[in-house]
Design a protein around this ligand. Structure first.
Ligand code: ADP
Length: 365
């Protein structure tokens, strides 16, 4: 449905988009993720016909956006980062205005009613947009993108500036749109793509550094490849045993001591679950396992790993981050490497999840 081929965009001597290619299948929701300055908006602007490319091709349903911009734009609903709202209009006036702008041929009343139902703005239909909350304004922005039933919907940072409840509502709404539309969601919020998207395309410094189904990313996030294991017994012998055990790719002792027990960080080979085998081997030698904590890899680690990889930084950096997390010094490390914004977003998302689960708990009561 969407095809980007060898797209390049130079601003003077600066290459903002550097030979990227990817496709989005009909009905897919794809997250376009990257740190600030990665080239997301430039790509979205080329895709929506707002900017021209230096070279390469972008097409929607086979229609080249440069050769037939009007034909391609008819297939696109776009919600830019700043929703293009006329604050002095009522929602009704604004949606009718957009209906006319798009020369929509669908039955006006029935179509606008359907759009309002989808984004749940019926109760504010007669209100002036200026008086609406940011969450409602965002919904009105989504409504204008839906007018004319475009095949493709493009969202640029759709939840920036919203409160946690509004973020969840907008994400659910976008998720629902995937049933009838092909959606590209540009964001720098890692959890957003995981919550909403079927596939994740990660861009960094104008280049695509990952293009994965979300479930595969989730698998990496959720698998238990790294553990902190507390074992009582002779440190040197235990470490040697861990390092030599089949299925373990990495082991080291962390500087934590609890009586005669030490904590070891162990990394298993991909797809190998070493937990039971390790338990029995330690028991056989009389070295009791006192605790085990799966460290996993969160989305921040994955994000940094793919970005690091693109810059040819060794994977050891991720391992070090995980160690720091285990030692409780994660914040400064993350802040240093991906910048405060990304870290703050991650924190906000964590708070949001906590809020959601609290709300769910309250609902249950
Ligand atoms: P993102 O949306 O991922 O934050 P952008 O596409 O806005 O990234 O920007 C990509 C790069 O191109 C950045 O380095 C940015 O500074 C640069 N850039 C964006 N727009 C312009 C412009 N109009 N003129 C010059 N450089 C620009």
């Amino acid at each position: 449905m969407i095809k980007i081929e060898h797209l390049v965009k130079n601003y003077g001597a600066h290459c903002a988009v550097d030979d990227i290619s990817f496709e989005v299948e009909p009905g897919e929701i794809v997250g376009f993720l990257g740190p600030n300055g990665a080239g997301k908006s430039t790509t979205m602007n080329i895709l929506t016909g707002y900017l021209s490319s230096t070279s390469g091709k972008a097409s929607i349903a086979g229609i080249d956006i440069l050769r037939d911009p009007i034909g391609a734009k008819k297939l696109i609903g776009y919600l830019p980062e700043q929703p293009p709202l006329y604050l002095d209009m009522t929602v009704e006036e604004y949606l009718n205005f957009n209906y006319d702008l798009k020369c929509c041929k669908l039955d006006r009343d029935a179509h606008l009613a359907e759009v309002c139902e989808t984004v749940k703005i019926k109760d504010v239909y007669k209100k002036v947009i200026r008086t609406l909350s940011k969450g409602y304004r965002q919904r009105v922005g989504i409504a204008q993108a839906l007018i004319g039933k475009p095949k493709v919907i493009i969202f640029d940072e759709p939840t920036v500036g919203l409160d946690p409840k509004q973020i969840i509502e907008i994400r659910n709404l976008i998720r629902g749109l995937g049933k009838e539309h092909t959606v590209i969601l540009s964001t720098h919020i890692l959890q957003e793509v995981q919550a909403v998207c079927d596939r994740i395309v990660i861009i960094n410094k104008g280049k695509i550094v990952a293009n994965e189904k979300t479930e595969n990313i989730s698998h990496v996030v959720e698998n238990n490849r790294r553990f902190n294991i507390k074992i009582a017994g002779p440190q040197k012998d235990i470490l040697a045993m861990l390092k030599n055990m089949q299925g373990i790719s990495y082991a080291e002792v962390l500087a934590e001591r609890d009586g005669d027990a030490y904590t070891y960080m162990v990394e298993s080979e991909y797809g190998v679950d070493i937990r039971k085998k390790l338990f029995y081997q330690l028991a056989e030698r009389g070295w009791p396992m006192i605790g085990m904590e799966a460290l996993g890899m969160n989305l921040e680690d994955i994000f940094i790993t793919v970005v690091d990889k693109s810059e040819e930084v060794k994977l050891g950096a991720t391992r070090n981050r995980i160690k720091r997390r285990a030692r409780g010094t994660e914040k400064s490390a993350l802040e240093r490497e991906v910048g405060a914004t990304l870290y703050e977003d991650a924190q906000r998302q964590r708070n949001e999840s906590a809020l959601t689960s609290n709300a769910e708990d309250e609902d249950d009561e």
